[in-house]
Write a protein that binds this ligand. Structure first.
Ligand code: HEM
Ligand code: HEM
Length: 232
């Protein structure tokens, strides 16, 4: 980090409670996604399959506790997230049509013009929609299967299992794409896994509409920093 960077105002992008919940997703959703794949394919002996099922449920418990914690202590952040993932306009169509410029950049080394984005780009909104709606269905179907498998009517467990399987595999594969892009966009990675802030210039580059329309300058002690009063 150079001298200029240390002086540059920083923007709060991910509040503490959101970063904590993201850790809940890593420690809960990720093990559940990986073990779910093995529960489906059954490649191992019965003993190992049983262990894998136990790890699946441990991941499920972590994910469920993290979700309850986020509902209790990050409710405003959840509302902001829902508002963002359900807000679409013509810029999103333009963004999706060029894949956010990522294929051109990654495969051809070319930078093309991309419609300006708010706090989340259209790809993140799509993933957010899938993770939010699909995640709730995974948690509900998962616990019903776990608790009522032996007693529930066969037809009900069949469909719950089917929904759980399809969503689990689709979202499980989707999350690996997300992890790749999360690491590729190193500045975003540092913000999510650091103190939640990033340099204003970086936010202006990735999220110009958000910077122009939503963030506010706040005072911390005697130093003026740019950020949001309520990180979202
Ligand atoms: C959070 C609460 C969750 C609970 C309580 C849960 C519970 C279960 C249970 C009991 C099974 C066994 C079903 C059977 O024997 O057919 C199962 C299977 C599976 N789970 Fe989960 N799960 C949860 C979350 C997840 C997540 C987050 C994913 C992936 C992202 C996932 C993916 C899968 C997959 C792919 C299977 C295999 C389904 C099959 O072979 O039919 N689960 N889960
Ligand atoms: C080590 C694994 C992971 C890495 C490196 C990672 C990276 C990131 C980064 C950098 C962001 C911020 C994106 C931005 O502001 O531009 C983010 C946001 C997010 N992550 Fe992850 N993530 C990981 C695991 C997961 C898992 C397992 C889930 C489970 C569903 C998840 C769900 C989300 C969601 C819903 C968001 C907010 C929407 C978005 O900004 O894309 N992440 N992640």
């Amino acid at each position: 980090m150079n001298y200029h960077e240390t002086l540059e105002p920083r923007v709060l992008k991910h509040s503490f409670v959101s970063r904590l919940f993201h850790w809940g997703l890593i420690l809960g959703f990720l093990p559940a996604a990986i073990t779910g794949f093995f529960i489906w394919m059954k490649p191992f002996s019965d003993d190992i399959q049983n262990l894998i099922m136990q790890i699946h449920i441990a991941g499920a418990v972590i994910l469920t506790i993290a979700a309850i914690y986020y509902c209790l202590f990050g409710f405003a952040r959840i509302v902001a997230f829902i508002r963002r993932i359900f807000s679409w306009n013509e810029r999103d169509i333009g963004w999706l049509l060029v894949g956010g410029g990522y294929p051109q950049k990654m495969l051809l080394g070319r930078t093309i013009p991309v419609p300006p984005m708010g706090k989340m780009n259209s790809g993140q909104k799509l993933m957010g929609l899938g993770m939010f709606l699909g995640g709730i269905m995974l948690i509900v179907t998962g616990w019903v299967l776990y608790a009522f498998m032996p007693v529930a009517p066969k037809v009900a467990t069949y469909w719950f299992d089917m929904v759980h399987l399809v969503l689990g595999v689709v979202l499980g594969l989707g999350v690996f794409m997300h992890i790749f892009l999360g690491i590729y966009n190193w500045g975003e990675f540092l913000a999510m896994f650091g103190d939640g802030t990033q340099p204003l210039s970086q936010a202006r580059h990735h999220n110009p509409v958000w910077v122009d329309q939503e963030i506010e300058r706040i005072k911390t002690g005697t130093v003026s920093v740019s950020g949001q009063r309520t990180a979202g």
